[in-house]
Design a protein around this ligand. Structure first.
Ligand SMILES: Nc1ncnc2c1ncn2[C@@H]1O[C@H](COP(=O)(O)OP(=O)(O)OP(=O)(O)O)[C@@H](O)[C@H]1O
Length: 312
């Protein structure tokens, strides 16, 4: 079995100046971060921020155009076979043949690895007991996701990369999956988690990288990110008449404006509530159902990226 070549206690993943282009598009624009062994490291960011491309470069599935990527001290491109044994990747969308049975998929994947996990125990762990003989095409969305997690873990990887694992799951299934991720972490597996859900990042991640337009805009603990938003206020209201968002974004202190149905959510620092109400009043617009909230990780995200995060 391959042991890491990085020093004990050193980062298990090192990324420096990573650039990945698709033609003219710069999907990843100079990202640098380290992931320590045993931590749960989150990636959050708006759609198209470059999160998936980044983790694909870490897993060796894409070749970087520039920069350095090291996983357990190895270059994922040059050492693709060894990296495959060290990194388990759960992909956003599964591409298994519909007729393949759950246990056949596990056997197939297990055959790629020198020390695969026990298939039955793994199926029990991911909550697919009793589904051994079910064909992939007959699984529910949640079951497909659990199978993709089992396939990511079948090789007993030291690093599990989970890309939007809980997207589309109902709240109970999401909570069950969180408990499962915590058990995997407790066994010492390093976890890289791409998520759109701030609640998930807050609950699971030791550190979170906030990415926007291919760049790192913040890297901190969830608490640290919330602290950055501490002097941030979130003002939610329903305008009594149509309001041009640019009127609000132009105000001093406003860091983000988002629409949620007929409501507007303005995030900002300082006396931003007074600024917003003043600007509305000057245009004879009332702020109906006005609410001013303390910061959450969602607000930190909005303040850092200018985009609202997805709500489960
Ligand atoms: N194979 C590809 N060919 C061309 N463009 C691509 C390809 N893969 C990704 N992109 C583009 O690169 C950018 C980054 O995509 P990526 O999937 O890494 O973002 P993401 O942060 O994971 O987004 P999401 O949250 O929507 O999954 C996007 O603009 C996307 O359209």
């Amino acid at each position: 079995m391959v042991r890491d070549q990085a020093g004990a206690g050193g980062p298990i993943i090192e990324v420096a100046g990573l650039v990945k282009r698709f033609g003219e598009l710069v999907a990843v624009d100079g990202l640098s971060f380290d992931v320590d062994e045993g931590e749960v490291f989150g990636f959050v960011g708006p759609n198209g921020a470059g999160k998936t491309t980044t983790v694909e470069c870490v897993a060796g599935l894409r070749a970087p155009d520039e920069g350095l990527v090291r996983v357990c001290g190895l270059d994922p491109q040059a050492d693709r076979d060894r990296i495959r044994h060290l990194v388990g990747m759960q992909l956003q969308s599964s591409t298994l043949p519909d007729r393949l049975k759950v246990r056949e998929a596990l056997w197939l994947y297990a055959s790629f690895y020198p020390n695969p996990a026990d298939e039955r125990a793994l199926l029990t762990e991911v909550g697919l007991d009793g589904r051994h003989d079910r064909r992939f095409g007959k699984l529910s969305g949640g079951e497909k996701q659990r199978l993709s997690l089992a396939l990511a873990l079948i090789g007993n990887p030291r690093i599990a990369i989970l890309d939007e694992l809980t997207t589309g799951l109902d709240p109970q299934a999401r909570r069950d999956t969180w408990a499962l991720i915590e058990r995997i972490r407790d066994r010492g597996t390093t976890i890289v988690l791409v998520t759109h859900y701030m609640e998930e990042a807050e609950r699971l991640c030791d550190r979170v990288a906030v990415v926007a337009a291919g760049r790192l805009v913040a890297l901190d603990t969830p608490e640290g990110l919330i602290k950055r938003a501490e002097d941030t206020e979130r003002i939610t209201f329903r305008p009594s008449a149509e309001v041009d968002e640019s009127l609000l974004t132009a105000l001093p202190g406003v860091t983000g404006v988002a629409r949620e149905g007929r409501r507007l959510i303005v995030t900002g620092t300082g006396d931003v509530a007074a600024q917003v109400i003043g600007a509305l009043t000057a245009r004879q617009v009332q702020a109906l159902d006005l609410r001013i909230d303390r910061p959450t990780l969602d607000d930190a995200f909005l303040a850092l990226t200018g985009h609202p995060s997805d709500q489960p």
